[in-house]
Design a binder for this molecule. Structure first.
Ligand code: HEM
Ligand code: HEM
Length: 182
């Protein structure tokens, strides 16, 4: 028998929206900072981007651990196999990028010989030795991954709205704090 509809647990909702808000701030911050001339503002923006990125990495670890302890609610029973596969692929891709984005950024900084300080509280060890060629490649990788992230996000938000407005099911409500299921 199909599992009844239920909401995501409160910690899963909290972590989802906290990480979503940080990512949605992180990307425009990056676009702003890379175009600044060398200045104290540029250095402060890079420092903030790195600290927030490492925070996203830490929160994503907590999120995956929590997901393992508290599995997500089932998808609506009337979804077709191809829709289920697409949802799983998109979610898997978003989880993967929640790790690959910060790790490629951290490696990029290490290859450029810039230590990664987290809110000036502590400094992370270098992931790779300084190497200008590797730095260029990692910078490109970080950028390409960010395009992948934005494409998946478009699909993800579009799917959430499609479920809510057209299918009128519980997919979005299950992730919204304070919302009651239909
Ligand atoms: C989820 C986390 C992250 C997201 C979504 C993100 C996103 C971005 C984006 C969109 C750019 C602009 C790329 C471009 O168009 O050239 C960028 C640049 C950059 N990011 Fe991140 N980033 C994240 C984490 C990190 C972390 C953890 C670090 C380092 C510890 C980092 C270091 C950098 C650096 C140094 C640049 C500038 C590269 C350049 O000067 O071209 N990022 N990031
Ligand atoms: C701001 C717009 C966003 C909306 C409206 C939204 C909405 C949702 C909804 C409704 C679900 C539940 C889907 C289901 O039941 O299968 C969900 C799950 C998920 N979202 Fe988002 N989301 C947003 C942003 C993000 C961002 C920025 C990320 C990037 C990490 C993200 C990653 C995920 C992942 C990985 C899941 C799967 C959760 C699981 O099954 O463990 N979302 N989102």
């Amino acid at each position: 028998m199909a599992e009844p509809a239920r909401k995501f647990s409160v910690p899963a909702q909290l972590l989802h929206w906290l990480i979503a808000a940080l990512i949605l701030f992180q990307v425009p911050l990056a676009w702003y900072m890379i175009d600044l001339p060398v200045s104290p503002d540029k250095l402060a923006s890079y420092a903030l981007h790195k600290s927030l990125g490492i925070t996203i990495l830490g929160l994503s670890c907590c999120r995956l651990a929590w997901r393992w302890l508290s599995p997500p609610p089932p998808l609506p029973a009337n979804m077709r196999p191809v829709e289920r596969a697409l949802a799983q692929l998109t979610h898997g891709g978003l989880y993967l990028l929640s790790f690959a984005m910060p790790l490629s950024g951290w490696m990029n900084s290490s290859a450029a010989n810039f230590p990664v300080s987290v809110f000036r509280l502590f400094t992370l060890p270098d992931l790779v030795a300084p190497d200008p060629q590797l730095h260029e490649r990692l910078e490109l990788l970080h950028r390409l991954l960010s395009y992948g992230l934005l494409a998946l996000l478009l699909l993800h938000v579009g799917a959430a709205l499609y479920h809510h407005v057209l299918r009128r099911d519980n997919v979005l409500l299950a992730m919204l704090p304070f919302a009651r299921l239909r």
